[in-house]
Write a protein that binds this ligand. Structure first.
Ligand code: RIB
Ligand code: CA
Length: 315
C-alpha cells in the first residue's frame, strides 16, 4: 500500500482487537484511522467502548474519535467471550480511567455520515467484531455503499472448525443476520477467517521479541498476549493464541503477505446446529457469483515483523 488509506475500525476490544488497534496506530504513514466504532461482542459495549479509549491512551492518541455502537445483535441475544478475554475484556493488564473522550452520537450514524461525505469508493471499513453496526448502517442508509472502497473483516471459518460452535466462528455466530446483510451488500469484501488466523499464532519467542521493545506498547502487548495465549493453547492445542484481528491490519498495510480466492460465501441464519456457519463455495459448485475474497494463507514471519515494527513506533 503506498498512499494513506482512510478507514473505520469497528471493534469489540477484546485482547486481539487491542493489538490490532495498536498495530494500526503505529502504522500512521499507511493508515488514516478516521475513528474507532465499538460494538458488543467479546464483552458488553460499555466495556468495549471504555477499552477502545484506554487503548488510544496507551498509544498517546487521545485525538482518535471513539463512537459507541450497538449493544446487542440485530435479532439474537448477545453472546460474549469473557472466558477468553477476561471480565474487563483486556485480561493481563491494568485498566485505567481513560482520557480519550467518547464522541457524542451513535457509531452507526458516524459511519453513515462519514460515508455519505466521502469521495466515491474511498473508505475501507474494517469490522473485527460482530457485524451489527455495519449491517445497521447499510440497512438505514443503503446509499452509503457508494463511499465504501472495501470491507476487510475478521470473521468466518470453513477449512478450520468453528471456535464458538463446531460450525461457526465467534464474530459471525454472535450476529449471523448482520453477516447476511453485509455479505449481500454488493461491495468488495475481503474476509480473514480462522482458516488464516490460526496460521498466525503467537509463540513464546514472538512474545519475548515484543517484550524486548524499548517502549510501553511492547510490554503491554506482551502481557496481553501472554494472558490471551493461555486460553487458545489449552483449547486448540496450538503453540500459542491465534492473532485474529491484527491480520486485518497487516492485510491493509501489506496484502502481499496473504493469499486467498474469490468465492461465493453465504451464512447460515436458521439452523440451531450450524447457526453462523460461513458456507464457502470453494469449487464454484453453485454457480453463484463470488462476493468475497476469502483469505487462507499468510506469511506468518512477515506478519510478525510488520506487527513488531509498527508497535516499536509507539510510546
Ligand atoms: O473469532 C475470533 C474473533 O472473535 C476475534 O475478532 C475476537 O476478538 C472475537 O471478536
Ligand atoms: Ca474482535
Amino acid at each position: 500500500m503506498t498512499d494513506r488509506q482512510p478507514f473505520i475500525f469497528d471493534t469489540d476490544p477484546g485482547q486481539d482487537d487491542a493489538v490490532a488497534i495498536l498495530f494500526a496506530l503505529g502504522a500512521r504513514e499507511q493508515i488514516d484511522l478516521l475513528a474507532l466504532t465499538t460494538v458488543a461482542g467479546n464483552v458488553p459495549v460499555s466495556y468495549t467502548t471504555r477499552n477502545a479509549r484506554v487503548i488510544c491512551d496507551w498509544a498517546g492518541r487521545q485525538d482518535v474519535p471513539v463512537y459507541a455502537g450497538s449493544d446487542r445483535p440485530l435479532l439474537r441475544p448477545l453472546v460474549t467471550a469473557e472466558e477468553v478475554h477476561g471480565k474487563t475484556g483486556l485480561d493481563g493488564v491494568e485498566i485505567h480511567d481513560p482520557v480519550t473522550p467518547q464522541q457524542d452520537g451513535h457509531a452507526v450514524d458516524f459511519i453513515i455520515d462519514t460515508l455519505r461525505a466521502a469521495a466515491p469508493a474511498s473508505v475501507t471499513l474494517c469490522p473485527v467484531g460482530p457485524l451489527t453496526n455495519i449491517a445497521l448502517a447499510l440497512a438505514k442508509a443503503p446509499d452509503i455503499v457508494a463511499g465504501i472502497k472495501e470491507i476487510v473483516l475478521m470473521g468466518g471459518t470453513y477449512f478450520e472448525a468453528g471456535n464458538i460452535t463446531p460450525a461457526a466462528e465467534f464474530n459471525i455466530y454472535v450476529d449471523p443476520h448482520a453477516a447476511e446483510i453485509v455479505l449481500g451488500a454488493g461491495v468488495p469484501i475481503t474476509m480473514l477467517p480462522l482458516d488464516v488466523t490460526h496460521k498466525a499464532c503467537i509463540t513464546g519467542s514472538r512474545i519475548d521479541k515484543l517484550r524486548s521493545l524499548p517502549n510501553r506498547a511492547g510490554k503491554l502487548v506482551a502481557d496481553i498476549l501472554t494472558s490471551y495465549a493461555r486460553f487458545d493453547t489449552q483449547k486448540f492445542g496450538l503453540e500459542g493464541g491465534p492473532l485474529h484481528d491484527p491480520c486485518v491490519v497487516a492485510y491493509l498495510i501489506k496484502p502481499e503477505l496473504f493469499k486467498g480466492r474469490q468465492v461465493n460465501v453465504q451464512v447460515e441464519t436458521a439452523s440451531a446446529l450450524t447457526l453462523g456457519a460461513t458456507v464457502v463455495d470453494w469449487w464454484g459448485t453453485t454457480g453463484l457469483p463470488a462476493n468475497v475474497n476469502w483469505i487462507t494463507e499468510i506469511d506468518a514471519e512477515g506478519f510478525y515483523a510488520q506487527l513488531t515494527d509498527s508497535l516499536a513506533t509507539l510510546p
